[in-house]
Ligand binder design. Structure first.
Ligand SMILES: Cc1ncc(COP(=O)(O)O)c(C=O)c1O
Length: 473
């Protein structure tokens, strides 16, 4: 990284020779849905140009067009990504002390929502594929058990699809949640494209979820930070949603962002079928080609119907490789092929595609991986069985967030109360959250990840971790 440059200078330079983007945003450098005169689109709530927080004119019209496209009953444009949507969804349903059942593999904005609302959280763990360490989904049974143990839960929050593209059995989960008079919130940040071709899994909007949050910028052609919240049915209080959205979003929402979402909807409405069919044809062709690689294994049907996985997003190209190869592959892709991946895990890489990708882009990735395939060897890596460490929460997440912390050595932290999220990445599931006791089993688990060379967020370079100050316990 060149630390001597400034942002504009760096971006100006990059924009003249960008890498081929197998990463978000889904507009892929502004293909299909861009607009010029960005500065002229950048207004504020002037006369006749509506207000996101109280839409009555053009914003209302655009949101109504979007709800028809996505099949929801209410759709809200959002300018603070799915992060804002996740927080608002929780804030709209749970107040101080209200119980919420949350999948432990949730995005950090979900934990922020719990801190902000003061909700009383109960976790459900997703299954993990034993031979790769990749996170699957929460099972219907695990949700049923959590609801049995917490019949007073107001909401269930799950992520579907996961970052790797795996969806949960939303239909069955929604049934269970509704039988319990609770609300199902689904973080569908990575599934905004699901509604636009049957090749993709069905969207949670149509499968029974009450609140669905989508990042338009991740998998559709729209600029970063643009997102949607969809409400289906009549279990959700719309006024609560509006008030929560106003709390977590700017009072000066960007008209560039809103125009970008709307431009994307316009594109889907008028040209979506043609371009999605083309995109799906390309995905089908190249998924077959990727299957011919010997040492780079593309994730496919063999990951479905186990570990809670109902279906998977075929637009996400997830490749399992030898755990010593990922950095090498990333380096070759950048330096030799000018290709940028979305993510590089310990034993897998992710190339994110969208309707705005070109066939040339797919071909370039295929040729690059064919070349790399000859120089690496696939071996099953020894993968940690993700340990479900028993959780002893002595201080609520919200209280722990506000209490004073001190840093101690990880190795001397047993018995103390965690003051931070300790998250091995991948897989991205917190071993501990603030307010939970650091047990010897938890320490053992974290050390195993570190020994395997996995980055554990919350543990600094000198193995320090934040704990609650003793006197605060
Ligand atoms: C599963 C999941 N949910 C929510 C988010 C937050 O989305 P956004 O970047 O739109 O705020 C992310 C971001 O990567 C994510 O992976």
């Amino acid at each position: 990284m060149n630390s001597k440059k400034y942002i504009f200078e760096s971006m100006d330079e990059y924009s003249k020779n960008p890498r081929y983007p197998f990463h978000m945003p889904g507009h892929k450098g502004g293909r299909l849905c861009s607009f010029s005169d960005v500065y002229k689109f950048d207004i504020t709530e002037i006369d006749d140009y509506d207000n996101l927080h109280n839409p009555e004119g053009m914003i209302k019209n655009s949101q109504e067009r979007a709800l028809k496209l996505f099949g929801s009953d209410y759709t809200f444009f959002m300018v603070n990504g799915s992060s804002g949507g996740n927080m608002a969804a929780i804030l709209s349903v749970c107040g101080d002390g209200d119980k919420i059942i949350v999948a432990r593999n949730s995005h950090k904005s979900v934990f922020s929502g719990i801190v902000l609302s003061g909700a009383d959280v109960r976790y459900v763990y997703p299954e993990v594929f034993n031979d790769t360490g990749i996170v699957g989904q929460v099972t219907v049974e695990s949700i049923e058990k959590a609801l049995c143990e917490n019949p007073d839960a107001k909401a269930v929050f799950i992520t579907s699809p996961t970052y790797e593209g795996f969806t949960a059995d939303i239909e069955k989960i929604a049934d269970l949640v509704h039988k319990n008079n609770a609300i199902l919130i689904v973080d569908e940040a990575h599934g905004a494209h699901f509604n636009f071709n049957d090749y993709f899994p069905g969207s949670a909007i149509k499968l029974g979820a009450d609140i669905v949050i989508q990042s338009v910028h991740k998998t559709l052609p729209s600029v970063t930070q643009t997102a949607l919240m969809h409400i289906k049915g009549d279990r959700v209080n719309i006024e609560n949603i509006k008030s929560a959205l106003a709390m977590v979003q700017s009072s000066s929402p960007s008209y560039i962002f809103m125009s970008s979402i709307d431009r994307c909807c316009d594109f889907i409405e008028k040209e979506g079928k043609y371009y999605f069919d083309k995109y799906v044809d390309t995905l089908k062709e190249y998924r077959e080609k990727f299957k011919t690689l010997k040492n780079i294994k593309i994730i496919g049907e063999d990951f479905v119907n186990i570990c809670g996985v109902k279906s998977y997003d075929k637009g996400k190209l997830v490749f399992i490789v030898n755990d010593t190869s990922t950095e090498y592959i990333n380096k070759i892709l950048i330096e030799k092929y000018n290709i940028q991946l979305e993510a590089v895990g310990r034993n897998h890489i992710i190339a994110m595609t969208s309707v705005a990708d070109t066939k040339e882009g797919f071909e370039r990735l295929f040729n690059a991986l064919c070349d790399i395939d000859k120089h690496i060897k696939y071996e099953k890596s020894s993968v940690l069985n993700y340990c479900n460490v028993d959780i002893f929460q002595t201080v609520s997440l919200r209280k722990a967030y506000f209490l004073e912390k001190e840093k101690v050595s990880l190795y001397e932290s047993v018995g103390k109360i965690c003051g931070d999220f300790l998250i091995p990445y991948p897989p991205g599931i917190p071993v501990l959250c603030p307010g939970e006791v650091i047990t010897s089993k938890a320490l053992e688990c974290i050390c195993e990840f570190i020994d395997k060379g996995i980055n554990v967020l919350g543990v600094d370079e000198s193995f320090g971790v934040k704990v609650l100050c003793q006197k605060e316990k």
